[in-house]
Design a binder for this molecule. Structure first.
Ligand code: ATP
Length: 299
């Protein structure tokens, strides 16, 4: 029997980035939200470890590694070695989350793989152990397990759920070509040599979230990687201006980009903004609500 796990894309409502540390990581104060764009991962019992990928129309299959570089296989191996058992199973990943888009698609798949393997192998791994393994694999992966809306500190891996009174409407516009997260952080280092050691606090964003008011949330959205991402891809700035002219309350680069997400005031507002962006020639325009659950088994 197959085990199927759904994992969501994330956006950063606040991404405060501090000066790079000696270990090469940047200290973060971030607020993540899981939104309704997701990958589904299914896992069947097998004698060896295999992976097949299927992608939505807006994703180039060549962008998704299908060998040992795929983070799904790395996650399976890490959990297997933690449990002292062989890593076995036949994975199939159905991808809808833009690749290298700043929406943590690989992290979502890794979180889904941890949940699926734990279930198929009957391990009953504790939540704390799963979170620690997730953090070892990547900074965004603990959030992909937790989902909802959560604050992340450290390098983003220390997550705590936060009060979120809203049901928020988002329009996401992925780019045809991804941006490398490390490249955007390197560009941040060049542009912001004076960045503070302590990243910009998420407090104002948290207050806006708790209010449940879209206009207030729109005003509070903040991303320190937006400037370097737009410097690398100037068209992202034009896209933000366009979406705001088409009715969005505010547009912001998602994480390290190049996906741009627009906060809208309602379902109708999101539909109108999406139609305006599509009419202006953007082929791929996705509409989603947030927050949604983290990696979870489908019945
Ligand atoms: P983040 O927001 O966490 O920085 P991202 O959304 O910008 O990540 P991903 O989609 O996670 O980026 O992909 C980054 C790179 O990871 C890709 O270019 C790809 O080569 C590699 N990769 C490995 N496994 C996967 C996977 N399962 N899905 C997508 N990319 C993967």
């Amino acid at each position: 029997m197959n085990t199927t796990v759904r994992a969501a894309a994330k956006i950063n409502l606040h991404l405060g980035v501090g000066r790079v540390r000696e270990d090469g990581f940047h200290p973060l104060d971030t607020v993540y939200q899981a939104i309704g764009i997701h990958d589904d991962l299914s896992l069947a019992a097998a004698d060896d470890l295999t992976l097949a990928t299927r992608v939505a129309d807006h994703i180039d299959p060549a962008d998704v590694p299908d060998g040992p570089d795929n983070i799904v296989l790395r996650a399976a191996r890490l959990l297997a070695s933690h449990a002292g058992r062989p890593a076995t199973g036949a994975f199939e990943v159905r991808k809808d989350i833009p690749v290298a888009g700043g929406m943590a698609g690989g992290s979502a798949d890794a979180a889904a793989a941890l949940v699926a393997c734990d279930r198929l192998w009957g391990l009953g791994t504790s939540d704390d152990d799963l979170l620690a393994l997730a953090a070892e694999l990547g900074s965004d992966i603990p959030f992909s397990l937790v989902g909802g809306t959560a604050r992340g500190v450290g390098r983003g891996e220390l997550v705590t759920p936060v009060d979120d009174r809203g049901a928020w409407w988002w329009v996401a516009v992925p780019a045809a070509e991804g941006l490398s997260t490390p490249a955007v952080y390197r560009h941040f280092d060049t542009m912001r040599p004076d960045a503070p050691e302590v990243p910009a606090s998420a407090d104002a964003l948290l207050a806006a979230l708790a209010s449940g008011e879209p206009v207030r949330l729109a005003r509070a959205l903040h991303n320190d990687l937006q400037e370097p991402a737009i410097d690398l891809r100037p068209e992202l700035g034009d896209l933000i201006t366009l979406g705001e002219a088409e009715g969005a309350l505010r547009g912001i680069v998602s994480g390290s980009g190049p996906t741009v997400v627009f906060l809208c005031d309602s379902a109708d507002g999101a539909r109108e903004t999406a139609a305006g962006l599509a009419g202006a020639g953007h082929d791929v325009v996705l509409t989603a609500t947030g927050p949604v659950a983290g990696a979870h088994l489908l019945a």
